[in-house]
Design a binder for this molecule. Structure first.
Ligand code: ATP
Length: 259
């Protein structure tokens, strides 16, 4: 396990590294520390579940990993992703830097809670969107999207609008979108949260397949132990604190030692 302060002699192969990364919302008496100094290292091939009760900070940590939030203190870096840079070394919110733009858009696939599909686009257009935004020609993006929808058993939904499909089908489409995108890092926030056991299992299957297919890392937040059990490494979160990893299968070096 490498200390964050150790000099690195070889190029860092980690996709995301959190070093003492904290996230506080609000100020003064209203401040809520959603994440306390988290140390975490995610590498290609990792299968990581972040498990904890509601309000423990799982989504906030995932937002830090995604670059959707910048750390209030500490750093989040992406050494092995395209266009990586230190994106958060500020000590107060005003010092936060803006997230990197399109360079990492293709490298990180997001599956978030709630309605993540764009209402005006049909299912295949939604599925193809990350590819189109990354500059892939429309016809190629559509072909890839249709193949991804077929992999999650949703090809018959291709021409429907999001309002014409169920919540479970929408989560399957969100998984297909990640399959099509083939990112190097997949971040999924409660991807099975609103689904029955069977449909949730299908969505998780699709995410695991997407990650296996490309060798991507997969990080899933969940409060469901059955979902967590399908990932090889489990990290518990309690009151904003990331606790030690529990690992099955091959040992993985996931948590960084505190400095
Ligand atoms: N935008 C925000 N503004 C203020 N406080 C927030 C904000 N987002 C989250 N919080 C607070 O930060 C803490 C952690 O929230 P977070 O959503 O990360 O937890 P969670 O474990 O993902 O919960 P859930 O399982 O219910 O989604 C909570 O106390 C929450 O109220």
């Amino acid at each position: 396990m490498m200390s964050p302060d150790e000099p690195e002699t070889a190029p860092d192969d980690a996709l995301v590294v959190c070093r003492d990364a904290a996230l506080t919302f609000g100020r003064g008496a209203n401040a809520v520390v959603a994440v306390h100094g988290a140390h975490l290292r995610v590498r290609a091939g990792d299968r990581l579940a972040i498990v904890g009760p509601s309000g423990s900070g799982k989504s906030s940590l995932l937002h830090l990993l995604a670059g959707l939030e910048q750390p209030t203190s500490g750093t989040v870096t992406r050494p092995a992703l395209t266009g990586s840079q230190d994106i958060g070394t500020g000590t107060k919110p005003d010092d936060r830097q803006s997230a990197p733009e399109s360079d990492i858009r293709r490298d990180i696939g997001l599956v978030f809670q709630g309605d993540s599909l764009i209402p005006a686009l049909d299912v295949v257009e939604n599925t193809a969107l990350p590819l189109v935004l990354a500059g892939v020609p429309d016809a190629d993006a559509r072909r890839t999207a249709l193949a991804a929808l077929a992999q999650v058993g949703a090809e018959d939904l291709a021409e429907r609008l999001p309002e014409e499909i169920s919540g479970g089908q929408a989560q399957r489409v969100a998984a297909a979108r990640v399959l099509a995108q083939a990112p190097r890092l997949i971040l999924a926030d409660e991807p099975t949260g609103r689904l029955d056991h069977t449909t949730g299992g299908h969505v998780l299957d699709a995410l695991l397949r997407a990650a296996d297919h490309t060798g991507a890392a997969l990080v899933v937040t969940t409060h469901d132990p059955a979902v967590a059990a399908r990932l090889s490494t489990r990290l518990a979160m309690r009151d904003g604190r990331l606790l030690t990893a529990e690992t099955t299968g091959d040992p993985q070096d996931t948590t960084e030692e505190a400095s």
